[in-house]
Design a binder for this molecule. Structure first.
Ligand SMILES: *[C@@H]1O[C@H](CO)[C@@H](O)[C@H](O)[C@H]1NC(C)=O
Ligand SMILES: *[C@@H]1O[C@H](CO)[C@@H](O)[C@H](O)[C@H]1NC(C)=O
Ligand SMILES: *[C@@H]1O[C@H](CO)[C@@H](O)[C@H](O)[C@H]1NC(C)=O
Ligand SMILES: *[C@@H]1O[C@H](CO)[C@@H](O)[C@H](O)[C@H]1NC(C)=O
Ligand SMILES: *[C@@H]1O[C@H](CO)[C@@H](O)[C@H](O)[C@H]1NC(C)=O
Ligand SMILES: *[C@@H]1O[C@H](CO)[C@@H](O)[C@H](O)[C@H]1NC(C)=O
Ligand SMILES: CC(=O)N[C@H]1CO[C@H](CO)[C@@H](O)[C@@H]1O
Length: 487
């Protein structure tokens, strides 16, 4: 009994010493949301702009100015959830990483979240939820689709632990077994000093999830049909990402409404409509990132693509009188004229015809050949002709028939179908041309090429020839008269 007394006193002393060495329980037994805000803003969120959305029930308004008077380095926007209107703010305030959104609520915010989800604009990269009423179902709050839009998400909940109030932190891992409301421990301004500490990565991987693509396999080489499935460069890339992030995907072969993806009368169509209305997760086709799409959808890794277009005025149709010559190419015309001349000379030399005794009328013979060329009856005179001469001339005239037939047929086509001078069809053509002024819109409608009945207009070439013949005859007449007068 006696021997126990010193031991007891030593234990007592030791306990007293330990008690004395333990730091005192924090005097601040009630940790107010205002203080949490202040700690956040002077700690991990230092220097960041804040967009604060409170509800008026919290009675928080009164204290806000006091809290915010401590903040000098940051931009702070304050809005009341009850009369908050998305249109009042530029999208940069409620979307992206410019502002850290802080939402305070003292009763269930479901109505407000539903209001936010009506717009595509709300999507702050960093979102802090501050629940100041323990009876709110915060699992429901963090599961809300509009809350899940944010890439980084932290929920603070006030709990009473051993009389003092502390804030517990939660986040949401939608793909993980930990579920939508995963605990992160209690808030401490000592351990959490930066944005990286505050906001955990919600998507370290997707835990074997299946993503549904709002794709259209009609976008070579990005994604296109091959055999029974779809392949393409975007799918190759996605496979690599899928392997790394542990997910699989299902490709959609074409969109449900056969559109590409645009905003029509306030509704999205095509792939973007599938994303918004038909439960798809990802689109990976080619999209121009215009203002509407940028406002409504998040895009990853846009890459640069460019194209050039050249506009050149459509050349006028070839002049009408050329109708007569266009049937044949210049070379063909040359060959026909040359061969006619050669044949005429040969005919004249090999088969001289004596018009009057002793004289050979070469001109008459050339005219005979030409008459044959234009399908006129030719009288060879009959007597003393050799068979080879007949064969030779026969085949020659047969060839002429083919040529004239071809000409006649082609002429009909050319009389009715407009013919244009050579058009510019490639960049090489353009470089070779003398055109140097581009980017002008062609406003004249294209000339229709329809079948037309032949009229005087179409055959003005033939009349031109008549006119030339008349003029020539007139000149010769004058010449003959002149010669006659001299004689
Ligand atoms: C929003 O409502 C609060 C009170 O609930 C009021 O003080 C404030 O002026 C209102 N703001 C706007 C923009 O109407
Ligand atoms: C806390 O939330 C419950 C349920 O949403 C609500 O009925 C109650 O009024 C709230 N308390 C305060 C103080 O707002
Ligand atoms: C509450 O206090 C008791 C004794 O003071 C301690 O054992 C316990 O760990 C405390 N609980 C928490 C959650 O801090
Ligand atoms: C944490 O908060 C307490 C009380 O508000 C303050 O005294 C302390 O300096 C803070 N610590 C840090 C690291 O900011
Ligand atoms: C992918 O996720 C599934 C489901 O959680 C898991 O069983 C599997 O081991 C994961 N695979 C890898 C490679 O991490
Ligand atoms: C937009 O889509 C909704 C539902 O899909 C439909 O009720 C509404 O009429 C559509 N609006 C327009 C302008 O097409
Ligand atoms: C080759 C050519 O000049 N064709 C023209 C023939 O006539 C028709 C009708 O006038 C024109 O349209 C063609 O351009």
């Amino acid at each position: 009994m006696v021997s126990q007394a010193p031991a007891l006193s030593i234990t007592l002393l030791l306990w007293l010493w330990v008690a004395a060495a333990t730091p005192p329980i924090p005097s601040r037994s009630v940790y107010q949301p205002e203080e949490l805000l202040l700690d956040l803003v002077s700690g991990p969120l230092q220097g960041r702009s804040i967009f604060l959305l409170h509800d008026s029930q919290s009675g928080f308004e009164v204290n806000l100015n006091q809290v915010l008077s401590h903040i000098s380095s940051s931009m702070v926007m304050i809005a009341n959830q009850e009369n908050f209107s998305m249109d009042q703010y530029p999208s940069g305030y409620v979307r992206g990483e410019n502002y850290v959104a802080v939402m305070l609520f003292s009763s269930s915010p479901t109505n407000f979240l539903n209001y936010l989800s009506e717009s595509n604009v709300w999507n702050p990269t960093f979102l802090i939820l501050l629940a100041m009423n323990t009876s709110i179902d915060t699992t429901e709050v963090v599961s809300h689709a509009v809350v899940q839009r944010s890439r980084y998400l932290v929920l603070f909940e006030q709990h009473v632990v051993n009389i003092s109030k502390v804030f517990y932190m939660f986040t949401s891992y939608p793909f993980s077994p930990e579920g939508h409301r995963a605990t992160l421990g209690s808030w401490s301004n000592k351990t959490i000093t930066s944005v990286v500490d505050l906001f955990p990565d919600r998507y370290p991987d997707l835990q074997g999830a299946v993503l549904y693509l709002a794709s259209w396999c009609d976008d070579f080489p990005i994604i296109y049909v091959s055999g029974d499935g779809c392949i393409g460069s975007s799918l190759d890339t996605l496979s690599l990402i899928a392997h790394k992030l542990n997910f699989t995907y299902e490709v959609q072969r074409e969109t449900q409404d056969q559109h590409w993806g645009a905003l029509e009368n306030g509704n999205w169509t095509g792939m973007l409509g599938d994303l918004k209305y038909n439960g798809k997760d990802l689109a990976l086709n080619w999209f121009l990132l215009n203002h509407n799409r940028w406002k409504a959808f998040d895009a990853l890794y846009p890459y640069y693509a460019e194209g050039f277009g050249f506009l050149a005025r459509l050349p006028e149709p070839a002049p009408r009188w050329k109708n007569l010559t266009y049937s044949f190419t210049t070379n063909l015309w040359l060959i026909i004229v040359c061969s006619t001349m050669v044949v005429s000379c040969m005919f004249s030399a090999l088969m001289p015809r004596h018009m009057t005794e002793g004289t050979v009328d070469h001109i008459q013979q050339i005219i005979l050949v030409c008459a044959g060329v234009v399908r006129q009856v030719v009288d060879l005179g009959g007597d003393g002709r050799w068979a080879w001469q007949r064969v030779w001339l026969g085949w020659w005239w047969l060839g002429c028939i083919i040529l004239t037939t071809a000409y006649t047929c082609n002429l009909i086509a050319f009389l009715t179908v407009p013919v244009y001078t050579t058009r510019i069809e490639t960049v090489a053509h353009l470089a070779a041309s003398d055109l140097r002024s581009f980017l002008q819109l062609v406003s004249i409608p294209l000339q229709e090429s329809t079948m037309q009945a032949l009229s005087i207009k179409h055959l003005q070439g033939a009349f031109l020839l008549h006119l030339l013949g008349l003029v020539a005859a007139l000149l010769i007449l004058l010449l003959e008269l002149f010669v006659f007068c001299l004689a």
